[in-house]
Design a protein around this ligand. Sequence first.
Ligand code: AMP
Length: 473
Amino acid sequence: MDDSQSDGLFDGFREECGVFGIFGHPDAANLTYLGLYALQHRGQESAGIASWEGRRIAVEKDMGYVADIFTEARLSRLPGKSAIGHVRYSTAGESRLENAQPIVYNTNKGPLALAHNGNLVNAQEIRQELEAEGAIFTTSSDTEVFLHLMARSRRDSIVGALRDALARVRGAYSVVLLAGEKVIAARDPQGFRPLTLGKLGDAFVVASETCAFDLLDAEPLRDVEPGEIVTFDAGGVASAAFAMGHRTAFCVFEHVYFARPDSVVFGRGVADARRAFGRRLAEEHPAPGDVVVPVPDSGVFASLGFAEASGIPYGMGLVRNHYVGRTFIEPKQSIRHFGVKVKLNAVRTVVSGRKVVLVDDSLVRGTTSRKLVRLLKNAGAQEVHLRISSPPTTNPCYYGIDTPQRKELLAAQKTTEEIREFIEADSLGYLSLEGMLTAAGRNENHMCAACFSGRYPLPFGGVDEQRSLFSRF
Ligand code: AMP
């Protein structure tokens, strides 16, 4: 089968998401809306909020941006003191409302809503088994297996049912559940994706990233630990470990690109980590430049670090148009090749006649870098030296970050010199794996850097084949 097709079982393995939950606040849905606003970078395809309105779970979800989906009228249909929310991103193919989260089911354990960030590596297997027994799935997202497994649990309590479900699933998950008025948060035993707890007055909040707390003026308390279930209800807060003793596998790509720089993720400020990557990069790959130019916004903090360590002045040689949506449609075939120019333009007065050190966080397919090098040269840059604040991306992610298949990853196909030639840069340097992990403050025994190293901390037996069979890419 052409791997650009889907067979409709699962939509491939390319979801990036953000989750939020709040317990014990009269404005639960409104605050969830704000929380999702701060987490919008984690997913722009769809968003949803579910709240406990006393007798049932109310839910509002749709395709698009948080700000466009949630009108006052929609938020007013989400009463109650407990709510959870989700933003989702799956990059290509048809986007489907049925896959938007939270997923809400009325089960034998009562009404349940669930929001998931991450990717399960054995969802396909579980789904096939359940379908063979007659289960009917209504989405093509791996997330739905959580609810099926919970509904089938023989235990009466919600946490017991969740434990049963978590004993079956393998992979990366930070989940937030609404079970009646209870809000429950859980994180996989290796802690691939972030999940943090906070307090807002007497209410409790949980979010993928601390930037959501900042917006609400909530106080961050601590991370949900890998292998921990935290429950908020009228009786207070309860914590239970469902898996212990696993090596952590915190995703280094959260630090490289995905998380917001104003967040603290896995106990480390993201902006600080990026700056440290940039400093280390300057030591490993000095460049003969007059000005250090970031690719906005992804390369900004690494560029600052590079400029600090190299002594080369920092200059905003590229400016971003913030009003370009994801679905920019080129207006006319005959005036194509807008490409990256719509989003980024060179500042001639900063780059003209200069040797530019261009810094970005990662190079995936190489198309962005190639266009930017050309853009800078057309604006008069004498030389362009590209520096990447992470190692060559050589392997796909199976744990929840959107990466293309191996064959589309430029560094899996070409040497660094061949890539340099392709992007037409005067020189190219990547941060080393060891340099990145040192700057991130942890070694590879505690972080997942599989997209760079190929060493996958959790077996994904079968996913590779499933991916090529079922993914839409
Ligand atoms: P490319 O043109 O494929 O080399 O894309 C590289 C650019 O995409 C860099 O500027 C990154 O900041 C950005 N990027 C890297 N990974 C992702 C991702 N998973 N989702 C969206 N953008 C990404």
